[in-house]
Design a binder for this molecule. Sequence first.
Ligand code: SIN
Length: 543
Amino acid sequence: MTATLCEPALAVTARLAGPRPTWERRADVIVVGSGVAGLSLAHSLAGSGLSVAIVTKATVGEGSTTWAQGGVAIASGVGDSPEEHLRDTLVAGAGLCDEAAVRILVTEGPAAVDTILRAGAQFDTDSDGRLQFTREGGHSRARIVHAGGDATGLEIQRTLEKAVHNVDVFEHAFALDALTDQYGAVAGLRVGRLDENGNCLEVGIVRARAVVLATGGMGQVYASTTNPEVSTGDGVALALRAGAEVRDLEFVQFHPTVFYRGPGARGRQLLISEAVRGEGAILVDADGERVMAGAHPLADLAPRDVVSATMAARMARTGVDHLYLDARDLGEDTLLRRFPTIVAGVRSAGIDPVTEPIPVAPAAHYACGGVTADMSGRTSVTGLYAIGEVACTGVHGANRLGSNSLLEGLVTARRLATLLKAELPPQRAIEDTSIAGSTIDAGARLELTVGMARDVGVMRTPEGMRDMARLLQKAAPAGDPGLAAWEATNIHTIATALTAAALCRAESRGAHRRSDITDRRDEWLRHITITARDGVLSTGETA
Ligand code: SIN
């Protein structure tokens, strides 16, 4: 059940501006995005006879998957069970996971990993050729499989790029808006083709029976993030403009251990995988005093929301902007074997993790919320599907358990492929091809993302969130259509919806922490939903 929750409603862009469409194509299935979820879907649809087009705004390998370090959680190790994986996921999710969705995730996970191994992925194994399992925060067992030590996403991306065939790939193509029939069902996509500098060359229409959002996350809504440049929340913004419901946006996971390069660091930052703490590294302050001792029974391996909030509180109390991850006890051999990417990245910044603690601070990492979808990708709008980080299926609740995200992409892509093979919607007549729209000035992006980090970050105050809402409502429409303006507009839309949701949730739970209400409240054991109509957001709630 949905009911109106918080007023007044905030405004976002109703439709992205772009030139009149000059070309047209068609495909049975359009996939927007080319990371683990989108490519797995294309791979699973092979041989189905369905024509598939992939639309991606940069080149195929530029999404978050390529950067994913940790691995994939599966309960296949000796003594482990899906039931235990389920339990850990529910605990991390702080009361807001959908248990049935999590059950699907943990029981179908091993088969999904098997599919990627059969497609040629090389995961790390022991001397007997058995998969190696490591541990991360919130997991009661070592159950994370990985590749290249700390380069799991890269291996999955490489494998899928090689395995996907017979698909039309549109690179440098920006999904502007969904096109709908007279009843609001999605029947295609308006796409802007870009030159290498992000200027709009032309706009076209792709008609399709199913439009699948697999656009990944929204970390770039914050000034500092582990996400790559492309993670600007495009799928969630497009879904809102298409009339779809989004949910749980206030739950942005801040990864505790992100390499700290100084107060002015902007954009993608180097992640120091949780698996480094899984191997024994500890968080300390400048005096070498442990940060997590006594804060949680799992100490440094507590769920991420707990670690980030504990770090934020320590930093605020002592007036510093970073702490340290001490990995020296792991020794050079382990560090180099297990974490070659991290060691190289940290060394290139002048810190040797073998002999020095690594400066770290929390940064935006993962969107637990997104487009409301079931475990087969169905959204609230006919013809529109969402899988991977862009979706909110309920498996992450208020705080995602580490290494459940690549897993979710693999599992939901397989399920959606099965669904589309069985019941692809009919091609609908596109009614609305209007081109009237607007964009936010790309020059506003920096101020918005810095404001989000300051006011809607790890620790939130009501005054800060209200200031941010005011700043967002002042952003004026301007700018020429093109990558910079479209991304800035999507960032503005996401920041507005996220701030609205955060203002509503009058408690601290999972990744949403308020300084004025620091406890969980039973009456908030529900989800905040957001929809948009003609560019006006309305918030609701659902059990
Ligand atoms: C990490 O390696 O710490 C990140 C993995 C994840 O976010 O699941």
